[in-house]
Design a protein around this ligand. Structure first.
Ligand SMILES: [Zn+2]
Length: 281
C-alpha cells in the first residue's frame, strides 16, 4: 500500500474500523512519513452514491428557514478578513450546503458556492447566492477569489490531491484559503482510542482521509501559501457539563466561547482543525 497523500511506501495497517453505514470493516492505513491516515474505498464494494443520496435527502440535514446569523461563522469571516492582505470582494465556499456560511458575507461582494447535493444547491440559490452544482474539479470559474473556504469536505474525497491543487489555484494574490478537516492528531481522538471506543470521525466509507498538519503545510508552502493561523475546535460536539441538566447550557456556552477565542483552541485538544493560509504572490 502506498500513501494516497504523500506517495510514501512507509504505510502500515493500524487497525480495523467497523463502518457505521455498512456491515463491513475497513483497515485504517497510517503513513509514517507524513502522519496522515486513510481508508481504501476499494476494500469493499459499496454503493457510495446511494449513501450520499441518503445523507443529502435526510430532512434534518437541510435547513430551509430564514437566515440566522451565528457567532461561530461571524467569527470565521472576521478571521479571514484579518489574515487577508486585500479587502475581501469575493468568496468561494466549496461544499457550501445551503449557503449558511456565504450568507454571513455582505450581499455586495461576489458570493459563490460549489455544492454536490442538488437539493442543497437549490436552497442556496433561492437565498440569492451563485451556486455551481457538481464537482469542483469539473467547474469552470471566470475569476479567482479573495477568499476560498472548504469546510468538512476533504475527508470525503477519493482523490484529495487533485482537489487541493484546484483549491489553491482559485485564490487571488493576498487572499486567504481556509480549510477545516477532522484531525486524528488531537487529544480527543487519542483518549477515545485509549478506551477502545470508535472516534465518530472514523466512519468509512464516508470519511476516507485524515490529512496531517505536516502534509497540509507542505502541500501549500510549495505553492507559495503561508500558514497564518491554526486552531482546533469542538465543532459544538463536546459539552463538559452535558451530563448535568441545570448546567448543560453553561457548558455549551463555555465551549462556544472557547471554540472562537481560546484559550484552548490553539492546542490540538479537539478534532476540528482549521488552517488559514495566505497566498503570498
Ligand atoms: Zn504519507
Amino acid at each position: 500500500m502506498i500513501c494516497r497523500l504523500c506517495g510514501s511506501q512507509q504505510v502500515f495497517a493500524s487497525k480495523n474500523v467497523a463502518s457505521p453505514h455498512f456491515e463491513v470493516e475497513y483497515t485504517l492505513h497510517e503513513c509514517r512519513d507524513c502522519s496522515s491516515a486513510f481508508f481504501d474505498i476499494e476494500q469493499h464494494q459499496v454503493d457510495l452514491e446511494k449513501l450520499y443520496a441518503d445523507v443529502a435527502t435526510s430532512k434534518a440535514d437541510i435547513y430551509e428557514g430564514p437566515f440566522k446569523p451565528s457567532r461561530y461563522w461571524q467569527h470565521e469571516t472576521a478571521l479571514i478578513r484579518r489574515y487577508a492582505k486585500v479587502p475581501i470582494q469575493s468568496v468561494l465556499d466549496v461544499g457550501c450546503r445551503t449557503g449558511d456560511f456565504l450568507k454571513h458575507w455582505p450581499a455586495d461582494i461576489r458570493r459563490v458556492g460549489v455544492e454536490l447535493s442538488t437539493r442543497s444547491a437549490e436552497v442556496a440559490r433561492s437565498r440569492g447566492l451563485v451556486i455551481h452544482q457538481g464537482y469542483l474539479e469539473k467547474t469552470e470559474f471566470d475569476q479567482s477569489f479573495d477568499a476560498v473556504t472548504c469546510y468538512a469536505v476533504i475527508e470525503h474525497l477519493t482523490n484529495p490531491i487533485t482537489f487541493i491543487g484546484r483549491l489553491a489555484r482559485l485564490v487571488n494574490p493576498g487572499g486567504v484559503l481556509a480549510i477545516m478537516v477532522p484531525t486524528k492528531e488531537c487529544l480527543k481522538r487519542r483518549l477515545i482510542d485509549a478506551i477502545g471506543k470508535r472516534w465518530h470521525m472514523y466512519c468509512p466509507p464516508q470519511h476516507l482521509n485524515f490529512i496531517s498538519r505536516t502534509f497540509l503545510d507542505q502541500s501549500f508552502s510549495s505553492s507559495d501559501f503561508e500558514l497564518q493561523l491554526r486552531r482546533f475546535t469542538s465543532g459544538g460536539m463536546f459539552n463538559p457539563l452535558g451530563a448535568i441538566p441545570i448546567a448543560d447550557k453553561i457548558g455549551a456556552r463555555l465551549m462556544e466561547i472557547n471554540d472562537r477565542h481560546g484559550p484552548l483552541n490553539f492546542l490540538p485538544i479537539f478534532d476540528h482543525m482549521y488552517s488559514y493560509y495566505r497566498f503570498k504572490k
